[in-house]
Design a protein around this ligand. Structure first.
Ligand SMILES: Nc1ncnc2c1ncn2[C@@H]1O[C@H](COP(=O)(O)OP(=O)(O)OP(=O)(O)O)[C@@H](O)[C@H]1O
Ligand SMILES: [Mg+2]
Length: 411
């Protein structure tokens, strides 16, 4: 983008950043950290973000990973000077970056919020929780058709699995995923501080390694793996005109929205591996067109909807899983989007919504979810497809009243 500006100033143990923090600004920040920590031997570093003006989500995972590595391996103590810009300050905290700079002062963002935040995972179980959490958030914030959702779910699973399977990263992996504002593009970034793609594949040239890694069938172990993960993810980005990047040590591969691939040598290495991928969920034919292995269209098996909601005769959602609170309109809006996405995706016909353990909801919440859902679907479809189960009588009364009022006023 024109007009972007980024500068790093170092003064002993203080590193000040100015302007727009994005993936391209990462090397100069990494270099300043290296100078202060490995050359000048400072153990306490102040990261002065007061003059930061913008920050992309994609930079959050690699930065968090790198800072965590420095805290763990070099025992560095980081202090954050917050951005002067109030909105950016709030974002830095809600995205979780503040926590990975100074975990004593900033708590980890709450897991049940639908706001994007970076999640660290250290093993397979934590990875599964992290992936489910991001897919859950996407279903609350975007309108997603089942096939596209399955594609995103597949790609996020593959790239995070690579961290656990190949990276040997001592700090695990860092995942962040969000919808690009005013589009239906899902963007995710996964970063680790492990051995990197070249070492894993046993290729000396790091540029060649990142290029090879995204080819179909390229794997470090033919007997246990297929070499589909990076290839399929790259194809999904390419097929939906999204950006794709794979950076590992000095190797840097970047694919533009127009599909142009640039491979170059990064002068300042990224310690580990970083993948950024955008998938545009606007296109219903994406999977058929882009998602092909050995020339054949591939349909991901056991997708999120099936794993989470289709294990019984009828589809089921637990209200606790899709709501932050049962009081606000915002929370209700997110819950309705989630329910609509599942309702449209499932072939089960009926969807049960389980209200066990919930004893009160606000009228505005009940209206936002059930009043509007009733009007949107129409009475017959609502009655035939939505079943509220295990609801307390007060809750049922509130839902009933909300539907009555909403049918009088319309949407
Ligand atoms: N985070 C990572 N750290 C180190 N090496 C990686 C990482 N991600 C991928 N690689 C290397 O790139 C290769 C290709 O990855 P890809 O996901 O395409 O295939 P795979 O994991 O080997 O097989 P599959 O994904 O089909 O199970 C891996 O075999 C590994 O050598
Ligand atoms: Mg893989």
């Amino acid at each position: 983008m024109a007009g972007e500006f980024f500068k790093v100033d170092s003064d002993r143990g203080k590193i000040a950043v100015f302007g727009d923090l994005r993936l391209a600004s990462l090397p100069s920040l990494t270099s300043a950290l290296h100078q202060a920590i490995n050359v000048a031997r400072y153990k306490g570093i102040t990261l002065d973000f007061s003059s930061l003006t913008t920050m992309t989500n994609s930079v959050v995972a690699p930065l968090a990973a790198n800072l965590r590595r420095l805290t763990r391996d070099e025992a560095i103590d980081f202090t954050l000077l917050e951005p002067r810009d109030g909105q950016l300050r709030t974002r830095l905290i809600s995205l979780g970056l503040a926590h990975y700079i100074d975990y004593r002062r900033y708590p980890n963002p709450r897991m049940n919020s639908s706001d994007a935040s970076v999640i660290q995972f250290l093993n397979h179980d934590e990875r599964v929780i992290a992936v489910d959490k991001v897919i859950n958030s996407l279903l609350r914030t975007a309108k997603l058709d089942r096939k596209n959702l399955a594609a995103v779910d597949w790609a996020v699973n593959e790239i995070t699995d690579n961290v656990i399977t190949h990276s040997n990263s001592k700090t695990g992996g860092f995942l962040i995923c969000s919808k690009v504002h005013r589009t239906n593009i899902i963007e995710f970034t996964v970063a680790d501080t492990g051995i990197g793609v070249a070492r894993s594949l046993g290729i000396a040239d790091e540029q060649e390694a990142v290029q090879k890694a995204i080819e179909e069938g390229v794997t470090r172990n033919k007997s246990t793996n297929q070499g589909n993960g990076l290839f399929g993810t790259y194809r999904l980005a390419l097929g939906s005109s999204g950006i794709f990047a794979l950076k590992s040590r000095h190797g840097s591969l970047h694919v533009t929205k127009g599909g142009e691939m640039h491979v170059r040598k990064e002068m300042i290495p990224f310690t580990g591996t970083l993948v950024v991928c955008q998938i545009d969920c606007e296109n219903p034919e994406l999977i058929e067109r882009a998602f092909r292995f050995s020339g054949k269209a591939h349909t991901p098996a056991f997708d999120y909807i099936e794993r989470k909601h289709e294990q019984e005769e009828e589809a089921i959602i637990s209200a606790h899983e899709i709501c932050k609170t049962f009081g606000s309109r915002q929370s209700g809006m997110e819950a309705r989007r989630y329910i609509m996405n599942v309702l449209q995706a499932t072939e089960k016909g009926t969807l049960k919504i389980d209200f066990s353990g919930i004893y009160v909801v606000s009228s505005s919440f009940a209206d936002e979810v059930f009043g509007k859902l009733f009007v949107e679907l129409g009475p017959m479809r609502f009655i035939n497809s939505v079943k509220i189960i295990n609801a307390d009588s007060t809750v049922l009364g509130l839902i009933d009243r909300a539907i009555t009022l909403r049918t009088q006023t319309g949407l």
